[in-house]
Design a protein around this ligand. Structure first.
Ligand code: NAP
Length: 283
């Protein structure tokens, strides 16, 4: 029997607990604060930002949205970040990507105070991940680890294969799995005989952006399959990077798309915002 790793239900359970945590913190005078900066009018970005804000507000987190026009200069954006860095009511700062062409995303990420960098993209937090020291971790991999933990899946000693090496998913995923004692392989577009690599996986995490790319022949029967993809197939339907219909029957456990990794990503953002705010309780 394949276990369906239900990210929606897991996120709801974790968020109910988090809501209690936030209300206890508020009673002690600390309201976690999340600032989301949206530059330009990319419709997908606007939806992501709205979803994050709704979730934050539902938990009792103070959600602050800074909307800036597509013509914003880099200096103007850096000034907003600097103000947020110095705003004691803000614990987490997130700049929604992508940014307009005149703005260099790396410069912007590096301008965020690493201790407020709730996306975990700042090089200091990347370094903390790879030196296995406490820091903020990118939301998607953090959410995947929370999902595995919720299902009591211990990755210790597992052969974990991560397909994809982006800064927001593949690389931090590999770092977290390594920190949790998995034996990790990172595959990418230059990997030779990918199927031979993926078939070695006890745990297969796929983040390629290629619709239904992972077929049943590429999966070790009984493997745990985590599908990060959010893609459109030829018919325009939302699908993952894994051919779910073919792989689900042979997998030991699998995440659906939608309802798997997506809801856990947003939950992870909330969990880490609250963690960052906890420091104010002891200040
Ligand atoms: P990305 O930056 O485009 O990276 C894709 C990775 O896949 C690259 O490392 C690339 O290798 C690798 N790749 C491409 N073709 C390949 C092939 N034929 N064989 C093996 N590897 C291949 O994508 P991303 O930002 O990581 O996102 C990946 C997917 O996850 C997208 O569908 C995105 O929408 C989704 N996503 C979902 C969430 C969520 O919350 N659910 C969050 C983030 C992303 P190279 O490095 O060699 O080019």
């Amino acid at each position: 029997m394949t276990t369906i790793l239900d990210g929606k239900q897991t996120a709801n359970t974790l968020m109910a607990d988090l809501k209690d945590t936030v209300s206890a913190m508020r009673a002690q005078g600390v309201t976690p604060g999340l600032a989301v900066v949206l530059v330009g009018d990319d419709p997908a970005s606007a939806i992501y930002v709205r979803n994050k804000q709704r979730r934050a507000e539902g938990l009792g987190i103070n959600s602050v949205k800074k909307t800036m026009p597509a013509t914003t200069t880099q200096a103007e954006l850096l000034a907003v970040i600097d103000a947020l860095n110095h705003d004691a009511s803000i614990d987490g700062i997130l700049v929604q990507l992508p940014l307009p062409a005149q703005i260099d995303a790396d410069t912007v990420i590096e301008a965020i105070d690493p201790n407020k960098d709730v996306d975990g993209f700042h090089p200091v937090n990347v370094g903390r991940l790879w030196t296995h020291t406490p820091g903020v971790v990118a939301s998607t991999p953090f959410g995947i680890m929370a999902l595995l933990a919720h299902y009591d899946i211990d990755v210790t000693g597992m052969n974990a294969v991560v397909v994809g090496r982006s800064n927001i998913v593949g690389r931090p995923m590999a770092g977290l799995l390594l920190n949790h004692n998995a034996t990790v392989t990172i595959a990418h577009s230059k990997t030779k005989d990918l199927a031979a690599v993926t078939r070695q996986a006890d745990l297969l995490v796929v983040a390629t952006g290629l619709p239904e790319f992972i077929t049943a022949e590429m999966v070790n029967p009984g493997a745990i399959v985590i599908d990060v993809g959010m893609d459109r197939n030829a018919a325009g339907q939302l699908v993952g990077d894994v051919d779910y219909a073919a792989v689900a029957p042979i997998a030991g456990a699998i995440t659906p798309v939608p309802g798997g990794v997506g809801p856990m990503t947003i939950a992870a953002l909330m969990m880490q915002t609250v963690e960052l705010a906890k420091r104010r309780l002891n200040a």
